[in-house]
Design a binder for this molecule. Structure first.
Ligand SMILES: Cc1cc2nc3c(=O)[nH]c(=O)nc-3n(C[C@H](O)[C@H](O)[C@H](O)COP(=O)(O)OP(=O)(O)OC[C@H]3O[C@@H](n4cnc5c(N)ncnc54)[C@H](O)[C@@H]3O)c2cc1C
Length: 346
């Protein structure tokens, strides 16, 4: 969306094809008491100037991650209350959910640019100086001719879902096939309560736990504790399925006491099973040193195919900031290319 917005500002014709029925990808928020709670990305950090620049530009509401109170550390043989909270770090939160960033960007684009439920499944070099992108979806099969294509999805997913003709160079295929999807083998759990009862007990809501499915738990409440919510990460490696609600609640009661048994809402997002985020072998992808690899900094397919997911960024790969860094690199390669698009051809 950042790439589309900048390219349109530069006067280019752009089409965004999105396989889901919503925008945002790994920015995905649920509404609770009029605010947004995040089942995908949650935080941004100091020094992430691009995210903060966009927040200011788009006028998004933010607040700080709740830090005060003690953290918990649970192991099978012991449960410890720590003095203070060494688990959380200072971070910003999107008050309306991180997806508000993508929604605001989408709203800033001219109508008709974004095509939802429109998955790309083929990119062909048509040998006339352009690429032909075949898309499917509810509107039926179609082919879009473009001078440049920006691939804003994880490289391993792109290889799994999209056929490239002629094929990409072997080294690039090997690299993309081995590049992990950030948080692709994770389930994220968000649990909403009537009140942030853990805060009244002097707890921050932060925990590291080796007893139960969630390895980490954090406070996810809105500003001033409302809506009151906790969230956790469940590593899915070796688990055939995400945890059940009952397993989550048993763990939360263990950590925070009996008040944790009665949530008003509980969501579990299984990012491994999400075919718009993760290829089937996502758990096996562990070569994080491939993030931001030099081959991703070069366009492929005769200078026309540009990598722009967070995994390809040289700065802050994995983060929202990294996705913007990668988009900026793709935009600069497209705009500085000698073969500028002609009017009417994206
Ligand atoms: C649980 C979780 C927690 C996270 N926490 C944080 C955090 O706190 N802070 C942070 O900075 N980052 C966090 N991240 C990472 C952050 O969400 C990502 O870095 C960022 O959203 C990546 O953006 P992207 O555009 O590169 O990819 P994505 O957001 O994955 O976007 C890719 C898009 O491509 C679409 N797509 C896929 N296949 C096709 C196809 N064939 N045709 C057309 N469209 C297709 C998808 O539907 C999707 O919309 C988290 C991620 C997860 C999952």
């Amino acid at each position: 969306m950042v790439a589309a917005s900048r390219l349109i500002e530069g006067g280019l014709d752009v089409a965004v094809v999105e396989s889901r029925s919503r925008v945002g990808g790994r920015l995905f928020s649920q509404s609770s008491q009029g605010l947004g709670l995040d089942l995908g990305a949650t935080w941004f950090w100091s020094g992430e100037d691009r995210v903060q620049g966009l927040i200011a530009e788009l006028g998004l509401r933010t607040h700080q991650q709740h830090l005060s109170g003690d953290a918990l550390f649970h192991q099978p043989e012991s449960a410890q209350r720590l003095d203070g909270n060494p688990i959380d770090v200072a971070a910003g939160r999107f008050t309306d959910g991180a997806q508000s960033l993508a929604l605001a960007l989408a709203a800033s684009l001219p109508g008709g640019v974004i095509r939802l439920e429109c998955p790309a499944h083929g990119i062909d070099d048509d040998e006339h100086g352009s690429l032909s992108v075949s898309v499917g979806g509810k509107a039926g099969a179609e082919s879009i001719t473009a001078r440049h294509v920006v691939l804003a999805l994880p490289p391993a997913l792109a290889l799994h879902r999209i056929s490239f003709r002629p094929g990409l160079p072997d080294r690039l295929v090997g690299l993309a096939a081995a590049t992990p999807v950030w948080m692709g083998a994770i389930a994220k759990v968000v649990v909403v309560y009537p009140k942030p009862f853990w805060r009244s007990a002097g707890l921050s809501g932060a925990a590291i736990s080796h007893v139960g499915p969630m390895r980490e738990v954090h406070d996810m409440s809105g500003p001033d504790g409302s809506p009151a919510a906790l969230f956790g990460f469940v590593p899915l490696q070796g688990r055939p399925a995400p945890p059940t609600e009952a397993e989550i609640l048993v763990q939360l009661v263990n950590l925070f006491g009996s008040d944790a048994a009665d949530p008003t809402n509980l969501w579990i997002a299984d990012w491994r099973a999400d075919e718009d985020t993760s290829p089937p072998n996502v758990e096996a992808l562990t070569a994080y040193q491939t993030f931001g690899h030099g081959l991703y900094q070069q366009p492929a397919m005769d200078g026309r195919l540009h990598w722009a997911s967070t995994e390809t960024a040289t700065v802050n790969p994995g983060h929202i900031e990294g996705a913007i860094v990668a988009a900026e690199r793709a935009v600069s390669a497209v705009t500085s290319s000698s073969s500028q698009p002609t009017s009417g051809e994206p």
